[in-house]
Design a protein around this ligand. Structure first.
Ligand SMILES: NC(=O)c1ccc[n+]([C@@H]2O[C@H](COP(=O)([O-])OP(=O)(O)OC[C@H]3O[C@@H](n4cnc5c(N)ncnc54)[C@H](O)[C@@H]3O)[C@@H](O)[C@H]2O)c1
Length: 249
């Protein structure tokens, strides 16, 4: 029960890594707020947790909307009286090359991924201050650290969140609010189905990973669990690479 007594809000928790984190955090004693734009799937994740004996609720949240954030945090505080952990996990992925990226696509990616994490951090701080501390975990990506032959907007959005993490960590360390990021490599979820959906695509991805496999949602969720728990109480402003060694070479 590594998260006993904590309330955690996880964005993008209707599926993929966010769903896995919601279920793992609940199994470790947390009360979980499952937040996403996908209501049917999100409600089901909360229902699965509740029917397994955990405590969870779903809240519809578009992370790019300031109004949605204010309402989601207020709803959490009304229902559970505190908010101790925020995982800024929601994101959209695009692989368009820079030359072919439209203004609209650039703005979509930046406003979901970077503005979303900024708004979440901004609006959760007062609640965490009231609880005498908390842990914010921003899910970034190795594409925010190294370049690639495709994409551009996505990597730029993740690099923005990676450095936002360090600024927030410094601004709130003295209040007991820790802010860390995780940079996953290739993780087997719907997000990268276009990359690993064919045997050739999967093989090409694995070739770049020293560990010799694609990561799983659990690989990332266990990192998030550590950063959410008091076991990491002296860790703030750090970035945890979970990439099978891809960026070590
Ligand atoms: N899968 C990978 O290979 C990989 C690699 C590096 C980083 N990541 C990051 O990991 C995180 C989780 O991704 P995943 O692999 O589980 O992908 P996923 O596509 O399965 O999940 C993303 C979730 O975010 C939600 N979402 C999208 N836009 C939203 C919005 N505006 N408001 C609220 N929710 C929204 C989606 O509905 C979905 O439930 C993301 O931040 C992603 O960028 C993934």
């Amino acid at each position: 029960m590594r998260l006993n007594g904590k309330v955690a809000l996880i964005t993008g928790a209707a599926r993929g890594q966010g769903e896995c984190e919601a279920k793992l955090f609940s199994a470790e004693g947390a009360t979980v707020v499952v937040a996403d734009v996908l209501s049917t799937l999100g409600e089901k994740v909360a229902q699965d947790i509740s029917s397994g004996g955990g405590k969870a609720t779903f809240v519809k949240l578009d992370v790019s909307s300031e109004k949605d954030w204010v309402l989601a945090i207020q709803h959490t505080l009304d229902k559970f009286k505190a908010l101790n952990v925020l995982v800024n996990n929601a994101s959209i992925y695009r692989t368009t090359t820079i030359e072919n990226t439209s203004m609209e696509e650039w703005d979509d990616v930046i406003s979901t991924n970077a503005r979303g994490a900024f708004l979440g951090t901004k609006y959760v701080i007062p609640a965490m201050r009231k609880a005498n501390g908390g842990s914010i975990i921003n899910i970034c990506s190795t594409t925010g650290i190294v370049g690639s032959s495709r994409g551009g907007a996505y990597g730029a959005s993740k690099a923005a969140v990676r450095i936002l993490t360090k600024h927030a960590a410094i601004q709130h360390a003295s209040e007991g609010i820790r802010v860390n990021s995780i940079s996953p490599g290739s993780i087997d979820t719907e997000m990268i189905a276009e990359n690993i959906g064919t045997p050739q695509g999967r093989a090409a991805s694995i070739k770049r990973i020293p560990a010799g496999r694609i990561g799983t949602a659990e690989d990332v969720a266990y990192g998030a669990l550590f950063l959410a728990s008091d076991e990491s109480s002296f860790i703030t402003g750090s970035d945890l690479l979970i990439d099978g060694g891809m960026t070590a070479q």
